[in-house]
Every structure is written in C-alpha cells, then in structure tokens.
Design a protein around this ligand. Structure first.
Ligand code: IMP
Length: 194
C-alpha cells in the first residue's frame, strides 16, 4: 500500500518511517512532485491537518495524510498552540521561535507544556483522525543539537534531557507524533486485514 505524507520535512519523514515500518510505502510530497502550497488557515490544529490532507487528496486522488502539531504552554494560556510554526514571525524560524518562547517564560514558575499532534488520513472512504500528546516542561535554555523545531527547549515528563538530547529511538517511542502515528499504523493493519 502506498500512502503520501503531506510533508517534505526529513526529520518528520524519518520519524514516521521508523514507526510505520515496511508494510506501507511512505511517499513525500517531492516523491510525487507535488509543489503547491497546502492551506493551513482553519485556526485549529485538527482543522489544519484535515485541510491539508483533504486538499492533497482532492488534487491527487492518492491515499494521504497530513499532520499538524502545536506546543501548548500552560503558563501562556496554551500559546503558541496553533501558531507554533510562526510564533516569532512569518520567517518560521525555530531559533527565533524558541527565543521568543524563552523570553515569554522569563520568571514563570509553572513550566508545564505539552505537544499535541493531529493526523488526518484521507482516502476514498473519507477522513480518519488520530491524535497524540506528550507532556513535559519548557527548559530554562536550549539544550542538544538533534531533532528540530522546539526540541531543544522541551523536556518530556520523566526525563531530564530535552528531545534534542535524547536518542531518536526514545523520542520515537514517546512523542506526540509517535503516539498519533501508532494509532494510524493500527488502523492501516486493520484495513489490510479486511
Ligand atoms: P507543524 O504543524 O508540523 O508545522 O509544526 C508546528 C510547529 O511545531 C513548527 O514550529 C515545528 O517546528 C514544531 N514542531 C512540530 N513537531 C515538532 C517536534 O516533534 N519537536 C519539536 N518541534 C516540533
């Protein structure tokens, strides 16, 4: 079975491939030469995932899925949330986003946060939604070189290292995206058994 992931982000593709395994052939947007911009204007994480996957399916007719992720910080009333990618501006720069976040967290005692990922899978049968979350804390400064996005400032619950310091196999076993992808993988298995 071939499925298109609405992304060209190598980090995400590697993470998702490591979880999904070989039973599904995962194609990126560049693998299918899809270069149009996918809209993310719904105002919610779930809405954006659905919007991207539905647009891609309408245009290609291929089974596909899109993910949307937000980092929600409790002391900031859930910000940056749906605005996580462009928190510090339209340049969508991770370093700028982390800098803005750490300065918003200056003097905040409660540093609890969570990542949530919503995946929307679309095929001829319609849309299926899968959600995953990981709870943790915002660190006092960026730590580690691996990963992407907010990984250097996120300490998952139960670990004293950031996502950017932890081995990718650990991140892949506990992350928001891993948990959503696991559910989708189970759904693929039940579909293949039918
Ligand atoms: P997107 O919905 O995947 O575009 O992600 C929204 C924002 O969250 C972007 O700034 C990403 O860099 C960031 N992000 C998404 N997934 C992760 C992750 O696994 N770790 C750290 N940051 C992430």
């Amino acid at each position: 079975m071939k499925v298109v992931f609405a992304s060209n982000n190598k980090h995400k593709l590697d993470e998702v491939r490591a979880i999904i395994g070989d039973s599904i052939e995962l194609l990126s947007l560049s693998d299918i030469h899809f270069t149009d911009e996918l809209p993310e204007t719904s105002g919610t994480i779930k809405g954006n995932a659905e919007q991207k996957a539905q647009t891609l399916f309408n245009s290609t007719g291929l089974p596909c899925f899109a993910d949307d992720t937000g980092l929600e910080v409790f002391a900031l009333n859930g910000e940056p949330g749906v605005d996580s990618a462009h928190y510090a501006g339209p340049q969508r720069d991770s370093k700028d986003n982390m800098k803005k976040l750490l300065s918003a967290m200056d003097n905040k005692i409660n540093r609890e946060a969570r990542f949530i990922t919503v995946i929307a899978f679309v095929d001829k049968n319609g849309v299926k939604i899968f959600e995953g979350e990981v709870r943790g804390y915002i660190s006092l400064e960026p730590k580690g070189l691996d990963g992407f996005g907010y990984d250097p400032v996120f300490l998952p619950e139960g670990y004293s290292k950031s996502f950017a310091e932890l081995d990718s196999s650990i991140k892949n076993s506990i992350s928001h995206r891993a948990r959503a992808v696991e559910q989708m993988k189970n759904y693929f298995h039940t579909m293949q058994e039918k």
